[in-house]
Design a protein around this ligand. Structure first.
Ligand SMILES: Cc1cc2nc3c(=O)[nH]c(=O)nc-3n(C[C@H](O)[C@H](O)[C@H](O)COP(=O)(O)OP(=O)(O)OC[C@H]3O[C@@H](n4cnc5c(N)ncnc54)[C@H](O)[C@@H]3O)c2cc1C
Length: 375
């Protein structure tokens, strides 16, 4: 839960509905609903956003109850060993498992526009670094980006008393439809079914049929992952930003220069008009870009053997990479199983399928280095 506990802003709401924010246990018993009922926390399957604090508390309770053997250590390096893998931990210990599942989330893949990358930390941060926004009270903050993180941050900064603006490349901001959709016709329900991450037939199919996605030609899969579920805010953020936070839409920052205590931004609009803005702090809410090369703990020998497509690992139907015994899940598996596997809702498929596969493997005689990984 480290990402949720340390890299999401205090006060944030989840974009996924309550029913789509369950963690996956074998009997689907310890759901978010069950946890909220136990704790007396208000809960609805949909139309009531899940608070970050609730989800974090649920995740920790889930771990204590279902994964009590967790060891909290950072893996410093992973290399191939005589009988599988050799992992070095941050306490100097070495472990030698036969199989490794890499589930490191998005932390290593922050995407920062090159025009901003040189700015020092006093005046610039990525959205994943600003957890406590209270320090921005009374300051002028520019949020770059037009997706959920940008909108969430702008709303929270505004509520904290920061002077906030959003600059984004898109000419239009997308925000999910809210509870108003309850009164939809049967036809609308069929055309735009509830997917857990908004209402969309494509998301519904991707969430329900990741193995079908796996069968698609590679280029098509990569295109879908690139384009589906583009930047969009949760429905509840609409009233918190519209009319409250100024938007500079269709605008790109072409230069950023640090002056005394503030940043001067050169901005180019879609019609090529240029303007300048000054601000105390810039936050890049510009998302993440999965790239295996950024996983510094992977030994060069392993990286060289990994078959990849656009810097994501190519995976078998059981999440196994071209290095036998090495598995990737979450965002690193999206190009094989679809964009929904990046979310808690998609992890239901991942957890079930991979656990079954690993259980079967564990009952087979030890295959240290099988010739092929057919899954
Ligand atoms: C701003 C934001 C909002 C989001 N909102 C939602 C939402 O509303 N609903 C939803 O379903 N999803 C949401 N997501 C997606 C979210 O990332 C996934 O749902 C989920 O957290 C992915 O789980 P994961 O286990 O793959 O990665 P994470 O939850 O990121 O977990 C990765 C873990 O790996 C650990 N780790 C990393 N490197 C190492 C190492 N070398 N050694 C040991 N441990 C390591 C990290 O400490 C962390 O604990 C959001 C993501 C972001 C960035």
């Amino acid at each position: 839960m480290q990402t949720w506990l340390t890299r999401m802003p205090v006060g944030m709401m989840l974009k996924s509905d309550g029913f789509a924010s369950n963690l996956s246990d074998p009997e689907a018993r310890f759901t978010l609903r069950a946890y909220c009922e136990e704790q007396g926390i208000p809960y609805k399957d949909q139309d009531q956003p899940v608070r970050l604090e609730t989800f974090c508390a649920y995740g920790l309770a889930f771990q204590r109850r279902l994964v009590p053997t967790l060891e909290e250590r950072i893996v410093v390096s992973i290399a191939r060993g005589a009988k599988g893998f050799e992992l070095r931990l941050d306490n100097g210990q070495t472990v030698t498992p036969q199989r490794v599942v890499i589930a490191v989330g998005l932390g290593a893949f922050q995407n920062v526009p090159t025009q901003l990358a040189h700015l020092p930390a006093e005046v610039f941060s990525h959205s994943s670094h600003d957890r406590d926004l209270a320090s921005f009270r009374g300051r002028d903050v520019t949020v770059v980006g037009g997706g959920a993180s940008a909108l969430d941050l702008a709303a929270l900064l505004h509520a904290q008393g920061a002077v906030t603006r959003i600059i984004c490349r898109q000419a239009k901001i997308e925000i999910h439809q809210g509870p108003g959709l309850k009164s939809r016709s049967l036809w609308q329900g069929l055309r735009h079914p509830r997917s857990g991450i908004g209402h969309s037939l494509r998301s519904f199919v991707l969430a329900e049929a990741p193995l079908l996605f796996h069968c698609l030609p590679e280029q098509l899969r990569l295109r879908i992952v690139r384009t589906h579920l583009g930047p969009a805010g949760g429905w509840f953020v609409r009233d918190l930003v519209i009319g409250k936070v100024p938007f500079l839409l269709g605008c790109t920052i072409t230069e950023a220069e640090r002056c005394e205590g503030f940043v001067r931004l050169k901005i180019r609009a879609d019609d090529s008009c240029e303007s300048f803005a000054t601000t105390d702090h810039v936050i890049a809410a510009t998302g993440y870009r999965v790239d295996l090369r950024r996983l510094a703990f992977l030994d060069a020998g392993i990286v060289a053997q990994l078959q990849t497509a656009e810097h994501s690992p190519v995976l078998s139907r059981n999440f196994e990479s071209s290095v036998p015994g090495l598995y990737f899940v979450g965002a690193l598996s999206a190009s094989s199983f679809g964009p929904l596997v990046r979310f808690a809702f998609g992890a239901r498929f991942t957890a079930g399928r991979l656990a079954k596969h690993l259980y079967k493997r564990s009952r087979q005689p030890a295959l240290y280095w099988p010739e092929t990984s057919t899954g």
